[in-house]
Design a binder for this molecule. Structure first.
Ligand code: FAD
Ligand code: SF4
Length: 399
């Protein structure tokens, strides 16, 4: 590993105008991190990564590097780009255990974070670094959001999230209230009553989009995000159809193949898949069959009837399956909008917030998927960095 990482680092041209950095949504200072490592200053390289992106280790594993940093590397024009993801993974995971700093000196103000996905975790860490007393409210039993309850272990080991919880949350005295959904027993108004100066909402998108076709409620039909939450509680049989062909659908298909499904067909309504190339390539390698240009018209006990996307009439055909998993993205739940006075959402239920996270209520901020719809981890982190600054400004101005 180390030899490979050093070989990759030595290939970097240390460009004056680094395209890799421009292609990274969070503008990781790639050439300077690489140079620090080559000079033997590994801890400084590690701190540079974490300072810019608290989820650097996660991003090193699950970002779409082909489209982002590596896809923009100048060396990629004529040959292989520098594989910065491997370098980032090596530096961040090596440095992580050295992050033992305790809490910053307290500034006397409390902030509440609702949701512990990439958006909430980023805000929590950035506000704690500034001395805020931070409490995270999480409806599930552990932190991480989609990182823990969506993305499978074979792509993102959960030990990274456990390490994150220890290094970034417990050591910095960030409190976590697990199994606590805000908008249920506790409301946002209760948090304000108890002295939280501002509140951040990063609740993501957890309501599966539905097909609205006959048969969708039958017993052998499931939604992708529910399946990934705990695949072992599902008994799919040998033959499975996955409807949808985005990255989440690839996770569903690849997990199901690992859990003993023998024959899995993934249906896309388009002529190609929406998933990233590497996820698609792995799915093909692992035995997933892709069928293109098909729209589901009905689900029966025997399987799914699809029609051609262009010409539906007369093209219907039954594709047999023991189980069907619908994975066509997600939308937000409306628990907080329903229970919070004056908190605006758009027609799809996404929270209305500007680029700095200001919602329709001055003391409430939001970012991540609950504002932007289903996107990516690095986008949630990048947006949340701006929002943490705006929350800091708001809380200091209203002290
Ligand atoms: C299957 C799947 C695979 C993906 N793969 C990738 C990938 O490879 N690379 C990539 O970059 N992106 C990927 N994504 C997208 C990425 O995971 C999301 O964009 C990202 O997690 C959004 O972060 P977030 O913090 O906004 O929301 P989430 O990660 O959804 O976190 C929201 C958190 O809020 C909690 N919550 C919700 N309501 C409440 C409430 N009322 N009270 C308290 N807590 C609440 C939830 O339990 C959850 O923990 C994938 C998404 C899915 C579904
Ligand atoms: S574009 Fe490629 S070669 Fe240039 S600094 Fe970035 S990683 Fe190095």
């Amino acid at each position: 590993m180390a030899a490979h990482v050093l070989d990759e680092a030595n290939r970097c041209l240390n460009c004056k105008n680094p395209q890799c950095q421009k292609g990274c949504p969070i503008h990781t200072p790639i050439p300077s991190v690489i140079q620090l490592m080559l000079e033997g200053r590994l801890d400084e390289a590690g701190w540079k990564l974490f300072e810019n992106n608290p989820l650097t280790t996660v991003c090193s594993l699950i970002c779409d590097h082909e489209k982002q940093c590596e896809g923009h590397c100048i060396l990629g024009k004529k040959g292989a780009p520098v594989h910065f993801s491997a370098i980032e993974n090596y530096i961040s995971s090596t440095y992580s255990s050295k992050m033992v700093k305790g809490p910053a000196s307290p500034n006397g103000m409390r902030a509440a974070i609702i949701g512990s996905g990439p958006a909430g975790l980023t805000i929590a860490v950035l506000l704690a670094r500034k001395g805020y007393q931070v409490t995270i409210f999480e409806s599930k039993d552990k932190i991480g959001g989609v990182l823990r309850y969506g993305i499978p272990e074979f792509r993102l080991p959960k030990s990274i999230l456990d390490d994150f919880e220890y290094r970034h949350l417990r050591l910095k005295d960030i409190k976590v209230r697990p199994n606590t959904a805000v908008g249920g027993a506790i409301s946002i108004e209760d948090l304000l009553r108890d002295g939280y100066k501002s509140i951040f909402i990063g609740t993501g998108v957890w309501r599966p989009n539905t097909l609205h076709i006959k048969g969708e409620t039958l017993g052998h039909v499931h939604y992708g995000i529910h399946y990934l939450n705990n695949p072992d509680s599902f008994h799919l049989g040998e033959r499975v159809i996955v409807i949808g062909a985005g990255n989440a659908a690839m996770d569903v298909a690849r997990t199901a193949m690992r859990k003993g499904v023998r024959y899995l067909q993934c249906f896309s309504r388009d002529a190609s898949v929406a998933a990233s190339k590497s996820e698609f390539d792995y799915a093909v390698l692992e035995g997933v069959e892709f069928v293109y240009g098909k729209i589901p018209v009905e689900i029966t006990d025997e399987g799914v009837i699809f029609a051609d996307a262009g010409e539906t009439e007369g093209t219907e055909k039954l594709y047999p399956a023991d189980s069907v998993i619908v994975s066509i993205s997600q939308g937000p739940r409306n628990q907080l909008v329903r229970t919070t006075r004056g908190l605006d959402a758009d027609a799809c239920g996404l929270l209305v917030a500007d680029d700095s996270g200001h919602t329709s209520r001055p003391e409430i901020f939001a970012s991540g998927d609950v504002v932007n719809g289903a996107r990516t981890v690095v986008e949630a982190v990048a947006h949340s960095k701006k929002v943490a600054e705006a929350m800091d400004l708001y809380m200091k101005e209203t002290m």
